[in-house]
Design a protein around this ligand. Structure first.
Ligand SMILES: Nc1ncnc2c1ncn2[C@@H]1O[C@H](COP(=O)(O)OP(=O)(O)O)[C@@H](O)[C@H]1O
Ligand SMILES: [Mg+2]
Length: 365
């Protein structure tokens, strides 16, 4: 059988650029070379697409960009590329020196806005190309905490109480907005920009003064802001894989080292603990797996997603926190690890995701 050309797209304009480099490097190291011919394409932080003729180590370290390499003599010209749709569907990439490569399937390894949020997925739809992961709608809704919460609510999925604020309205009539939050639930509260990840712009507020600071911080990142009741909880995650008949992995637990699982904890200190599989009752494991699949279907996810839960310590209530349609994907990231302990090794997981992309594409034709 002909090897499939897999365009592995990484980097991107989001705050999770560097995480994406690590995820992509892991995927490139492990992808089944018998079946696939990976073509690495990086998107710089300013949004330029480049074909990488470099080592995987250079992708991981960020030096693939060429310009970012401080040693001028080592600077290499990384060709910019164009994506060209073809008449018969599908597409190829073209570099300025004229070389072309046909693309069979795209693996977007992009976390956060401009990649995980339906934007790249829309481009792939226009190109008529199969791609790994969720489609336009599921990607966009899962990325937007406000929208996702509205949908959970409509389907009676248990979640923390929340208020969705508009930035403009807050700055116009702050007292009324603050009062609305205070009437909805007591302090402490969590304040988050609707459309972001990696805990950026998120803070915990213990009184009105802190709430005002927190809203102003979140307002730097988005027009819409979610304020949520604080849940004293254990954080449990579950990996889901599939299209029409998704399956859920054994759940895992994250024990943050800070007051909450913040940006520092995720990417700098790295002292959070991960317990895989989570040490929770059999009954809770089953409920979480069922809920993960339900939420996955509700948002119309395909390919993969990690569904994150809060389990309230006092009551054992299981609440859905959020869905990530392109979770961290290094070999030691939660999503692949959960599959590994459930019996699906990393390399096979990558192949399965590409197969699911092809199946979804055929199905939609
Ligand atoms: N309502 C809440 N109660 C308690 N902790 C929360 C709440 N919301 C968020 N957190 C903490 O903040 C972290 C980041 O919030 P989350 O909504 O998952 O945003 P992100 O998309 O950035 O991961 C969570 O992992 C958790 O530690
Ligand atoms: Mg999260």
């Amino acid at each position: 059988m002909k090897k499939l050309n897999v365009l592995v797209v990484f980097g991107g304009k989001s705050g999770e650029h560097d995480v994406s480099l690590m995820s992509a490097a892991s995927i490139l190291r492990a992808i089944d070379q018998e079946k696939y011919n990976p073509i690495p394409v990086g998107i710089t932080k300013d949004g330029t697409w480049k074909l990488c003729n470099c080592t995987i180590d250079e992708i991981e370290s960020g030096s693939w960009e060429g310009e970012s390499n401080l040693l001028a003599e080592n600077m290499k010209e990384t060709p910019k590329i164009s994506l060209l749709p073809t008449e018969k569907g599908g597409g190829f990439i073209q570099t300025p020196n004229g070389s072309v490569e046909e693309i069979d399937v795209v693996f977007p390894v992009l976390h956060g806005p401009f990649g995980e949020d339906g934007t790249l997925q829309g481009l792939m739809e226009m190109m008529d190309l199969p791609y790994v992961g969720a489609g336009v709608l599921a990607s966009a809704v899962a990325m937007d905490k406000g929208m996702a919460k509205k949908l959970f609510e409509a389907d009676a999925i248990p979640q923390a109480k929340y208020v969705l604020l508009n930035r403009k309205r807050y700055f116009t009539e702050p007292d009324r907005v603050l009062q609305e939050v205070e009437e909805a639930f007591g302090y402490p509260v969590f304040v988050k920009p609707a459309n972001l990840g990696s805990s950026v712009g998120i803070s915990k507020a213990k009184d009105r003064g802190q709430l005002m600071v927190a809203i102003e911080e979140a307002a730097k990142y988005d027009r819409r802001i979610v304020v949520e009741e604080f849940i004293n909880c254990r954080e449990i995650e579950c990996a889901v894989l599939g299209n029409d008949e998704p399956i859920a992995s054994l759940p895992a637990e994250i024990i943050p080292s800070h007051e909450f699982y913040d940006y520092r904890d995720k990417y700098f200190d790295g002292t959070s603990q991960f317990v895989i599989p989570a040490e929770i009752s059999e009954e809770m494991i089953n409920t979480i797996r069922e809920m993960a699949i339900e939420v996955y279907g509700l948002l119309d996810c395909t390919g993969l997603a990690r569904v994150d839960f809060f389990v309230e310590k006092e009551t054992n209530r299981i609440l859905v926190n959020e869905v990530n349609t392109m979770p961290g994907f290094t070999k030691i990231s939660m999503y692949p690890k959960m599959w590994e302990v459930t019996g699906l090794p990393y390399k096979e997981l990558i192949s399965r995701l590409i197969e699911l992309a092809m199946e979804r594409y055929e199905d939609r034709k």
